[in-house]
Design a binder for this molecule. Structure first.
Ligand SMILES: [Zn+2]
Length: 276
């Protein structure tokens, strides 16, 4: 791994940790430019009321953000921001708590900001057509994660995406993020190839169905670390969690179907993770 140079860009948005560091969480910024993301991760920014729903007869243009009503201040941050060219900005010291995770559950953790180091990766994400992640950027992310893992003794199963923590609410870093490369470098989970791979035959056809496949998927997802209740019903939370799993481990089809390949991969991965 190359030696990393960090660019100091201190953020105002952080406080004290209440937990030891156990996780590393990867995000995309979801913003159009790195400069915009850098500003939002360093300083309080205005939070605006959502635009009113357009009425059917209205021809008025949607108000520009500056014309909207400010309803508060948005304060977010991460420890690092990685630019598309591989430059790494250091925003919050690792021993402090950055504000990147929000509400969620994974691996028995409830205060993810306290227990993790957050890395924002500049990428427009789903709102901007899921642009590819350049090689230089991914190499920088991998070297950064490797260093964090070594410094804090993190297990590779605790290198996760924002979507793993908050399925349904968060989509990042998205199905174009090359998790396979991280897995092959030994810095995130890898699922060995096996029976069922390539078989997209759907096992659960209807919403709220209840059968053995649903129960098995929930058991496996929970063992991997997902914060999913064991309801034995194919409910919306189960579907959202399957989508999060697919965005990481079955990126060619992230429709959220419980199919043969998805269940096989869930169970194969559940067999190799350690209890959290
Ligand atoms: Zn995120």
């Amino acid at each position: 791994m190359p030696k990393l140079d960090f660019i100091d860009a201190p953020s105002q948005n952080f406080d004290d940790r209440h937990r030891p560091i156990r996780f590393c969480m990867l995000h995309y910024t979801g913003m159009e430019t790195a400069e915009e993301a850098l500003n939002a991760l360093r300083f309080p920014t205005p939070r605006y009321a959502p635009p009113p729903p357009p009425s059917e007869n209205s021809t008025a243009p949607i108000a520009a953000p500056t014309e909207r009503v400010q309803i508060g201040t948005r304060r977010v941050s991460s420890h690092y921001l990685v630019y598309p060219d591989g430059r790494i900005f250091s925003l919050v010291p690792e021993h402090k708590r950055a504000w990147h995770a929000g509400a969620g559950a994974y691996g028995g953790e409830t205060d993810m900001n306290s227990a993790s180091i957050g890395i924002e990766i500049q990428n427009g994400g789903h709102d901007f057509g899921l642009p590819p992640y350049p090689d230089m950027q991914i190499e920088a992310v991998m070297a950064l994660v490797q260093g964090i893992k070594l410094r804090h003794g993190l297990d590779k199963q605790h290198v996760i995406g924002h979507a793993d923590w908050a399925p349904g609410r968060k989509l990042d870093p998205g199905e174009h993020f090359p998790w396979e490369r991280l897995a092959h470098a030994g810095i995130s989970l890898h699922i060995p190839v096996g029976e069922g791979d390539g078989n997209h035959q759907i096992l659960v056809q209807t919403e709220n169905a209840s059968n053995d496949f649903v129960s098995r998927a929930q058991i496996g997802l929970r063992k991997i670390g997902y914060g999913l209740p064991q309801t034995d019903i194919f409910d919306i939370k189960t579907k959202d969690t399957i989508i999060a799993f697919q965005r990481r481990f079955r990126q060619a089809d992230v429709a959220g179907n419980l199919d043969v390949e998805t269940l096989a991969k869930i169970e194969r991965l559940a067999d190799i993770v350690l209890p959290s």
